[in-house]
Design a protein. Structure first.
Length: 135
């Protein structure tokens, strides 16, 4: 009969299990929270693009054949759109284009267990005034 004594390896399985559990949580967190970050980026991009398009509709000079954006009205329209949609952002406008930047902070669900509490996504979209054949 062979007698086994494994006193040197006491607790090594526990450390391995803890390491594996933390690895699985981190991987699941990357999948879940990563997906949420991609969705937040798409949402912010859509909001910024729609606000920029709304602002770019403040045109002058259409009858003269030289459409220009009226910057003050464009900023007001884009900001009103963002407010209507329940978000905030920065709006820049010139006679050629309107640019909207949106920042959204998202709380992490699973990644918060490994120390990542929140992440911020930023989306900037611009719209230009063009004439009917200027694509």
């Amino acid at each position: 009969m062979v007698k086994r004594t494994c006193r040197d390896e006491a607790g090594s399985v526990s450390a391995l299990v803890v390491g594996l559990v933390m690895t699985f949580i981190a991987c699941a967190g990357l999948a879940v929270d990563g997906g949420r970050m991609v969705a937040a980026k798409i949402h912010a991009s859509d909001m910024a693009e729609n606000a920029a398009r709304t602002g770019a509709q403040a045109l002058t000079g259409i009858r003269l054949g030289v459409p220009r954006i009226e910057p003050r009205s464009a900023r007001r329209l884009a900001s009103a759109y963002l407010s209507l949609m329940g978000t905030t952002g920065s709006v820049e406008a010139s006679q050629q284009e309107v640019c909207v930047t949106i920042r959204e902070s998202k709380e992490m669900t699973l990644l918060s267990l490994v120390g990542v509490s929140s992440k911020t996504v930023v989306a900037t979209r611009c719209a230009r005034a063009i004439q009917g054949g200027d694509r």
